[in-house]
Design a protein around this ligand. Structure first.
Ligand code: HEM
Length: 717
């Protein structure tokens, strides 16, 4: 028993020793673990940049730049210059890293879901709906994207094209026909809205619908404050109205489809029916159908309409491009029968037109970038983008980078002859969130271009109209344009007219005809005196700069005399002549130059012609219908109607935009072959009178030899 206290003591001692050593061991391990973790972790180094004022950061600078459509010039670029391609800032209360350049774009855009998730302002999510695709991640995003993107893929669009053609044509018929001036931007907005509703949803657009939607869109980027009359409150109210309307449409469609399914009827072709099919199958909910229908209007509407309007602006400012584009559409139209729809094959042929649109969107992207949120710390370029921070990728870092796009601020669609490096050209974004409607956008823009350029001449009312942003860009005055229809008479109509003309001519006695001839000659004489005065003023009669045209002895065949108006011109032929020469340098080989044909104000519309060729007697100049191609340019020239508003007086060749106004409705560029272009003076005041002795060899249109030939020499290509 004596041992017992000793045993107890030694047992207590052992316990204490074990506790101390295990505690020491524990702390040592913990300390070791802590220090090694600290050592392993890379030091977080934030990219350079300024966080601005407390809370608001640099929001005011960003907003101001955005409002003036100068986000690149006034916000992004100065910071790129100062800090490099990656910089930190604070916008709209969030610490943000702005990333620029192809490599950074790839990192952010291709790592959606793993490194970043899309991050929209709370107002956008509330108005578009929590269930729309842009607010969804992972599997839910995949399911929705499958439905939306499949319907809008090239294959899906094939069945949509006839509908799209009808929609565009009926829009032009109701909104453009009979008008002299329209707001192009309002028109393209109305059109893109109709395309979504009527082509994608099969729902007829009713009066007032567009206005309600626009009220929603106005609030998408507004502050999410709901006091009465705030933008956001109005937008929410409008959203409720839309919701009511759409829920009703969805239920109606569901009933219809369930019934059809029982009867094994039509396959689901429209995007709407695919969404409702997903609802019937239980893949998506009713809220998801409605929210995505609202989102698609938002996604398609302001973006496509802006791209369309800006394409026309660019074409108006770059007649050489318009000329090349027009050739493409004339050829496509020439191969189409009356009322025949455009097909996907036709759209594929609009290669140059698409280059024009791409170049337009490179310079003026409808969406200049968008926000993401880092879901983990991202280490890139020696810096850390901390988890929870916002990331803003932009198109600017690559679209305007001279190392990627040579001479980046100039408009040059041919740069897209060659493929561009991945993640450098991003009007539609990239990665898993690449625009789901980019094919539809492409087809809509090209189809609209086709019907407009082959049916209308147009000119910008305000060539220098500014572009504002709120937060998407838009032309501040709605881009008003003057329009005049090209006259496309069918062969039958022309034959009818010809018969009528002949009958009339038989009836009209010789004396009477003489009287008409005299009368028209005297009118023409007056005009020519004026013309001579103008030409003399311009000092353009210098023989070294001109060639002589002589129309008097031209043999006009009966075929050529089929048009009454042409006959009228023939009667006064001797006094008509081409005038004023000036050219744009034309990017064709063999010293070719671009020229512009300009016709007198009262020149009647063209009726029929093939392969027009102009030859001067001296053979120093050969002017051919567009390019060297064997192209029937009748359709082009059909559009060369007189313009009641020649803007000749406002010509200023030093400015590209002013030049565009000079290419008014009555002008069209044609390619030309000039032997001695150097002889053509650059100085506008010394424009030469180009007189062609025998202006048309294969004459099919009297009007062409009567037309005024303008060779516009501009400094700007
Ligand atoms: C020229 C016209 C268009 C442009 C420039 C454009 C641009 C874009 C861009 C940049 C994104 C990506 C945004 C991001 O990364 O956060 C996007 C996404 C989207 N776009 Fe477009 N878009 C156009 C037309 C359309 C059309 C016509 C539709 C459909 C009718 C459409 C539907 C969508 C959808 C659904 C998304 C979200 C995709 C997703 O989150 O997975 N867009 N668009």
């Amino acid at each position: 028993m004596a041992l017992e206290p000793n045993f107890l003591l030694s047992w207590i001692f052992l316990c204490i020793a074990a506790t101390i050593s295990s505690t020491l061991f524990f702390f040592r391990k913990k300390h070791h673990k802590f220090t090694s973790k600290k050592l392993q972790q890379p030091k977080k180094k934030l990219p350079p940049g300024e966080m601005g004022l407390p809370w608001i950061g640099e929001t005011m600078e960003f907003y101001k730049a955005q409002k003036n459509n100068r986000v690149f010039e006034d916000f992004v670029n100065p910071r790129i210059i100062k800090h490099g391609n990656l910089f930190k800032t604070k916008i709209m209360g969030s610490p943000t890293i702005v990333v620029n350049g192809a490599e950074a774009n790839r990192l952010i855009l291709s790592n959606e879901f793993s490194l970043v998730v899309s991050s929209w302002p709370s107002s956008s999510v509330q108005l578009m709906g929590m269930n729309c695709i842009m607010a969804k991640q992972g599997e839910k995003h995949r399911v929705l994207r499958g439905i939306v993107a499949n319907s809008l893929s090239y294959n899906g669009l094939e069945s949509l094209l006839p509908n799209l053609c009808d929609t565009v044509q009926s829009h032009l018929e109701t909104q453009w026909r009979g008008k002299e001036e329209i707001s192009l931007y309002r028109s393209t907005k109305a059109l893109t809205f109709t395309v979504v509703f009527e082509c994608l949803y099969g729902i007829k657009v009713e009066l007032g619908m567009l206005e309600i939607f626009e009220r929603v869109l106005e609030g998408v980027f507004a502050l999410p404050v709901e006091f009465p009359c705030s933008r956001f409150a109005r937008a929410k109210k409008a959203r409720l109205e839309i919701e009511t309307l759409l829920v009703e449409k969805v239920r109606e469609k569901r009933r219809e489809m369930e019934q059809e399914e029982e009867e094994a009827e039509r396959p689901n072709t429209t995007l709407f029916s695919r969404l409702v099919q997903g609802l019937i199958k239980g893949d998506i909910t009713e809220e998801e159908v409605v929210d995505n229908m609202v989102l698609l209007v938002f996604a398609a509407h302001d973006t496509t309409s802006y791209a369309m309007a800006m394409t026309f602006k660019m074409l108006a400012q770059h007649p050489t491009c318009l000329h090349t584009l027009l050739k493409e559409h004339v050829q496509i139209k020439a191969n189409k029968g009356e009322g025949e729809y455009l097909t996907v094959e036709d759209v594929k042929k609009m290669k140059y037109s698409w280059q024009v649109v791409r170049e337009t969107m490179r310079l003026s992207p409808p969406i200049f970038g968008s926000f993401r949120k880092a879901v983990v710390d991202i280490n890139y370029g020696g810096f850390t983008i901390p988890k929870g921070w916002k990331v803003l990728w932009t198109t600017y870092g690559t679209h305007y980078n001279p190392e990627i796009f040579e001479d980046p601020m100039s408009f040059n669609p041919s740069r897209f002859d060659k493929p561009v490096q991945a993640y450098t050209y991003l009007p539609f974004g990239g990665g898993p969130r690449l625009c789901a409607g980019h094919q539809l956008a492409k087809v809509s823009i090209l189809v609209f271009l086709h019907f407009v350029v082959t049916s209308y001449d147009w000119s910008l009312v305000y060539p220098d109209e500014t572009i504002s942003m709120d937060p998407l860009p838009f032309p501040s005055l709605g881009m008003p344009i003057k329009i005049s229809p090209k006259v496309n008479r069918t062969k039958k109509e022309r034959e009818r007219e010809l018969k009528h003309t002949r009958r009339e001519m038989e009836k009209v006695g010789e004396d009477e005809e003489k009287t008409i001839g005299e009368a028209s000659n005297s009118t023409e004489e007056t005009r020519n005196v004026k013309e001579d005065e103008r030409i003399t003023e311009e000092g353009s009669t210098d023989p070294s700069n001109s060639q002589t045209a002589n129309f008097e002895n031209h043999d006009v065949s009966e075929y050529e005399m089929e048009d009454e108006e042409v006959l009228e011109l023939f009667r006064r032929s001797s006094s008509l002549r081409p005038k004023v020469a000036k050219t744009n340098n034309f990017p064709y080989p063999n010293k070719s130059e671009e020229m512009v044909l300009q016709f007198p104000e009262d020149t009647p519309a063209e009726t029929e012609q093939t392969n027009v060729e102009f030859h001067s007697m001296t053979d120093t100049s050969e002017i051919a219908g567009p390019g060297a191609e064997d192209l029937d340019i009748s359709v082009i020239l059909e559009g060369v109607r007189s313009s009641s508003d020649s803007k000749e007086d406002s010509v200023d060749s030093s400015s590209d935009s002013d030049l565009s106004s000079y290419y008014f409705d009555g002008s069209l560029p044609v390619s030309a072959h000039v032997e001695e272009p150097a002889h053509l003076p650059k100085d506008e005041n010394q424009m030469p009178l180009l007189r062609l002795n025998q202006p048309v060899q294969q004459l099919t249109s009297w009007r062409n030899c009567c037309g005024l030939l303008e060779l516009l020499r501009a400094d700007d290509p």
